[in-house]
Ligand binder design. Sequence first.
Ligand code: AMP
Ligand code: MG
Length: 399
Amino acid sequence: MTDVAQAEALVFDRMPAWPSVRTETASSHGRILRETVVAERDQPPFDRVMMDGIAIAWRDWAAGRRNFDPIGTQAAGSPELTLRAPGQCIEIMTGAMCPGSADTIIPVERLRREGRLTLISEGTEVERGQFIHPRGSDRRKGDRLLEPGVRIGATEVAVIAGAGYAEIEVAALPRVAVISTGDELVPAGEPIARFQIRSTNEFSIEASLALAGLADIRRERLLDDESEILEAVEDLHHDHDALILSGGVSMGQFDFVPAVLQQHGAQVVFHGVAQRPGRPLLFASSHDGKPIFGLPGNPVSALVCLTRYVIPAFRRAAGLSDPMIEHAVLTEPVSRSGKLTYFMPVKLGWDDQGRQTAEPKPTNTSGDYISLAGTDGFIELPKGRESDPAGTVARVYRW
Ligand code: AMP
Ligand code: MG
């Protein structure tokens, strides 16, 4: 049986890279940047005034002058005025260009009016160059501001817009079909018989991928019918970049997914991983290289496998540079068999040393999806150990 690290490597090796598309900067948040963003101009692009007040020449102040003759008013968004003689000042607003021959700003709170002159209040301290944000002091024109692979959030979109990009290259959102299989499945909103169950996996899978901003999802539900599943897989394969099936990958008489994928001409890369939950996990690659995941139907297994393999694979395909590696310290011992890697649902917190902690929240079998609500994710406990004492540091995967 494939082990967890091998399974991850096999999936990563066969994941395509999604193409890039141009999108409007205004709607680029949540997408993954695919180009280098370069400074359009020096930043700030001119000596920028940081306070409302007056602009003076510092040498006037140094020579002992405390009253100034205002010769004009300068707002943000207009070209600079210039001081022409000693003792002059210009009334100035935040965001304006620093006037020519001026080098120091006195804030309005420190000023008094006396006739047509402006006086600097007694006790004011003045430093040369104060309240001026010098041209190019943040970045220079042509500097690289953002590199490909970052997710565009509030801070990144400001940089992109500020560098003058109305459009930007981002990773295309893959179209993904999420297919729940099972004769027993009934969606919420439809009448249900006592021998049927509510279908949950297609909803949790969609929520996970959509909240991570990693896919555009179409949900499907199918019966355990070999030819129906084959027909749907062939159809959906055409206009989707990846397929995620849930259910029907185990050894039961109605588990048709592995056989269907063979008939579809896909190469089954692995089927079965030394892990709990999620042992029946299957991964295949279609004849034209599209990834196909066969997740076990048990809701806890489906979500664990999605989070452990599918989400990281989609992050790579999108070109995200952050590998999202996170650890936590176990708060309680866990005992288990050493033959398999264990994924233990946890509630995350912090100890008084500032370390992240993981409190085990075992579910009541891998069918118990209700207990997962309120957990943050799971930790990975590698095979080969019979127990993991409190204090063990483990890798964390968040839902
Ligand atoms: P299977 O992997 O098809 O053998 O299913 C294993 C268990 O998961 C069975 O108890 C199924 O009823 C349950 N199951 C399968 N698919 C779903 C689904 N979409 N939503 C909720 N439970 C499911
Ligand atoms: Mg089934």
